[in-house]
Design a protein around this ligand. Structure first.
Ligand code: SAM
Length: 283
C-alpha cells in the first residue's frame, strides 16, 4: 500500500471512496511524512503500552502508533471514514476503531474495556473546532493515562502551555496546569496538511500530575472563580468576580487576607494564588 502521506495516493484513495473533506468536522489530514513518526515517538508508544487516538482520519498517525504500541483504540466521528480505515489499517491487527463522538463517550469505561490494566497514553491530531473542550474532557475525566500528546493550532498551543501569571495565559491555561505539566514539543507548518488550514500548528505534551500543584478545598468553585476572572480579564478582580455575583466587600477582604493587591487582574495570578483566594472566599 502506498504511504498515507503520498498526496497523489491519498487523493486517489479518497476519490475511490467518494470522500469529501468536512470543514465542520475539522478534517485536515497530515501529509508531511516526518510528523506522525515524531508524534508516535513523543507519546511514548511502546510494545507494552496502549494508545488512545481521537480522530484517526484515514489512519496516517494510527499506522505509526500501531507500529509501536501493543494496542491502539481510535475514536472517529465520521462514519464515511470507516471503509477507508478498514482498507488502510488492514495490515494492523492491533487497532480498534471506535465509532462515536469523543465528547459523548464514557472515556474511563472505554479505556478499561480496551486496555484493562495496560499503561495508556493519548495521541491525536485534534479537530480544531473543539480542541479545548476535548483537552478539558480528557483532563477532567481523570483518565488513568500518563500523558496526552496532541496537535493543536499554534495559538491554542501557546495558550494551553502559557506560564500562569503572563499575558498569554487564559482560564484554560490554569485549568490545564491543575491537572498536568504542559509543554510545546514542536511546530508544524500549515503546508503539512491536506487541505492546508489557514494557521500553523504545534504538537504539545501534557504530562499528567499525580497530585494537583495546589490545595483547593472545592475544585468546582476554584474553576468557577478562574473562569469569572478571565471572562473580563481587563477588569480588576473585585470587578470581574463582582460581575460574576460575588460580594465585592468579601472579595476585597479575601484579596487582603491572601496578600494580593486589590487591583490585581486574573492574568497576573498563579494557580496557587487563585486557589488561596478560592479557599478564602469559600469560607
Ligand atoms: N488523524 C488524522 C490526521 O492526522 O491526518 C485526522 C486528523 S483531523 C485534524 C481530525 C479528525 O477528527 C477527523 O478524522 C474528524 O473526522 C475527527 N473528528 C472530528 N470531530 C470528532 C469528534 N467529536 N469525535 C471524534 N472524532 C472527531
Amino acid at each position: 500500500m502506498p504511504a498515507l502521506t503520498d498526496i497523489a495516493a491519498v487523493k486517489a484513495l479518497l476519490a475511490r471512496h467518494d470522500f469529501h473533506f468536512s470543514k465542520a468536522m475539522g478534517q485536515n489530514f497530515l501529509i508531511n511524512p516526518s510528523v506522525c513518526p515524531r508524534m508516535a515517538e513523543a507519546c511514548g508508544a511502546s510494545v507494552g503500552s496502549g494508545v488512545l487516538e481521537i480522530g484517526p482520519g484515514i489512519g496516517v498517525l494510527t499506522e505509526q502508533l500501531a507500529l509501536r504500541a501493543a494496542k491502539v483504540a481510535a475514536v472517529e466521528l465520521d462514519s464515511r471514514l470507516f471503509p477507508v480505515l478498514e482498507e488502510t489499517l488492514s495490515p494492523y491487527g492491533n487497532v480498534t476503531i471506535i465509532p462515536g463522538d469523543v465528547m459523548k463517550l464514557d472515556l474511563p469505561l472505554l479505556l478499561q474495556e480496551q486496555f484493562g490494566n495496560m499503561p495508556v497514553s493519548v495521541c491525536a491530531n485534534l479537530p480544531y473546532y473543539i480542541t479545548s473542550p476535548i483537552v478539558m474532557k480528557l483532563l477532567e475525566s481523570r483518565l488513568p493515562v500518563e500523558s496526552i500528546t496532541v496537535m493543536v493550532q499554534k495559538e491554542a498551543a501557546q495558550r494551553l502551555c502559557a506560564r500562569p501569571g503572563t499575558r498569554e495565559a487564559g482560564a484554560v491555561t490554569l485549568a490545564v496546569q491543575y491537572y498536568a505539566e504542559a509543554q510545546i514539543l514542536f511546530s508544524v507548518s500549515r503546508g503539512s496538511f491536506l487541505p492546508a488550514p489557514n494557521v500553523d500548528s504545534a504538537v504539545i505534551r501534557l504530562t499528567i500530575r499525580r497530585e494537583p500543584p495546589c490545595a483547593a478545598r472545592n475544585e468546582a468553585f476554584l474553576f468557577r472563580l478562574i473562569r469569572a476572572g478571565f471572562e473580563q480579564r481587563r477588569k480588576t478582580l473585585p470587578n470581574s468576580l463582582g460581575a460574576a455575583g460575588l460580594e465585592k466587600a468579601r472579595i476585597l477582604e479575601a484579596l487582603r487576607e491572601t496578600g494580593l493587591s486589590e487591583t490585581a487582574r486574573a492574568e497576573e495570578l498563579t494557580l496557587p494564588q487563585f486557589a488561596a483566594l478560592a479557599n478564602r472566599l469559600e469560607k
